[in-house]
Design a protein around this ligand. Structure first.
Ligand code: KG4
Ligand code: ZN
Length: 371
């Protein structure tokens, strides 16, 4: 594998390269194909030039959830047209791309292989280096593309479909896990409860919409591990409580009862996320919170975090709403921020993917082993 001017081994925290660069990012870990182009100088927050997304929601809806084989096949169909669209919108040519980044994991193996394969083939054809990116690092850094980007260090609440984690973040790749879900993720709790309520996939936004017409205190649902004294979460019991409560309502709950159930479920999930985030801020003494991942789009969560953090002089940062769920922009951004810190983009096009890949095991940017 060769090394070149992009990340030629600069000191940690120093620019690993010397001129402006364009990074193409490809996301294909689950049910969204995302492609984006960012531009970055040796320092400073990278700039998003263009991004394009194709959501597979309509395709999977008939099955009530993501069908991995269909997801992979659809990524194959979408990724090149989306790349052309992004380059067109950015007014850039393929030849101007300096590094091709892709989601290496975690995610669905087949879906990841599509993005990795296309990214490596593209890079090989262009003679440009490639960089595999951690999907959750992409989510975590996505608020840097907002108009008011955060500064390190901060507490991060990462709430995606498969992960619920609180982390202390000191820099790119310097993550300390403070607590995480010991069973279901918050997104899963939204999705599974939505299914019990007869709502379609994806459940989170649907449940949230139904909750607008309901009373959050209508049903007493458990707040798992709320007083556990640590920063871990547990949401599996909540789903069971929702099921039990719905059984009590019989075969045909009224619209009001369903809305009340949705509102009560959302209130339970949000209260736990809120209280644990506040506890993490207190424990670390940090005055900055970054919320990332699909559940970060939830309006009740945002409203309550905003209100409680304002009382404590804590700044809260979210990604732009459109960048809360999976997208290519966060992958290109994470790659660019790693490259700025001396990460090495290589020319080993024999890619691999990591469907299971704990974020806390990631090396700090610029200190990765060169493979
Ligand atoms: O981060 P993400 O797009 O994908 C993963 O990497 O998992 O997160 C998807 C999750 C799903 O569980 C979805 O139901 C949830 O985010 N979600 C929401 C909302 N929008 C998406 N949950 C609650 N309220 C929302 N508005
Ligand atoms: Zn995601």
């Amino acid at each position: 594998m060769g090394r070149d001017k992009f990340g030629a081994g600069g000191r940690r925290g120093c620019a690993g390269y010397t001129r402006r660069m364009k990074v193409l990012g490809v996301e294909s870990s689950c049910d969204e194909t995302g492609v984006a182009l960012v531009e970055a100088g040796p320092t400073g927050v990278p700039m998003l030039l263009a991004h394009a997304l194709h959501s597979q929601i309509a395709m999977h809806q008939a099955y009530g959830g993501v069908v991995p084989e269909l997801a992979s096949r659809d990524h194959i169909r979408r990724v090149l047209p989306l790349t052309e669209q992004v380059l067109h919108e950015a007014g850039a040519s393929l030849a101007e791309v300096d590094v091709v980044a892709f989601t290496r994991g975690p995610g669905l193996a087949g879906a990841l292989l599509v993005g990795a394969g296309v990214a490596c083939a593209l890079a090989a054809a262009l003679g440009k280096p490639v960089l595999g990116v951690h999907h959750l690092e992409g989510h975590l850094l996505s608020p840097f593309l907002a108009s008011d980007p955060p500064e390190f260090p901060f507490v991060a609440l990462l709430v995606s479909g498969g992960h619920t984690q609180l982390m202390r973040v000191d820099d790119v790749g310097r993550y300390e896990l403070l607590g995480e879900s010991i069973d279901d993720a918050a997104g899963e709790a939204f999705d599974k409860s939505a299914k019990l309520l007869g709502l379609g996939y994806p459940g989170g936004p649907a449940l949230s919409r139904l909750a607008e017409a309901g009373r959050p205190d209508a049903y007493a649902l458990p707040r798992p591990l709320l007083h556990s004294g640590d920063l871990d979460f547990s949401f599996a019991g909540l789903k069971t409580a929702v099921m039990t409560q719905l059984r009590k309502l019989g075969d045909a709950p009224t619209d009001t009862q369903r809305a009340d159930m949705a509102a009560s479920t959302q209130a339970a999930i949000v209260e736990v996320l809120l209280k644990k985030s506040l506890a993490a801020l207190k424990q670390t003494g940090l005055k900055r919170l970054v919320v990332a991942g699909g559940v970060g789009a939830n309006s009740r969560l945002r409203a309550q975090l905003d209100a409680e953090c304002a009382k404590r002089q804590v700044r809260v940062h979210y990604p732009e709403l459109a960048l809360c769920t999976d997208n290519g922009a966060m992958i290109a951004l994470a790659a660019a921020m790693r490259l700025q810190r001396g990460a090495v983009a290589g020319r080993d096009y024999g890619f691999d993917v990591r469907p299971r890949w704990p974020l806390a095991t990631l090396a700090a940017a610029g200190t990765e082993a060169v493979s």
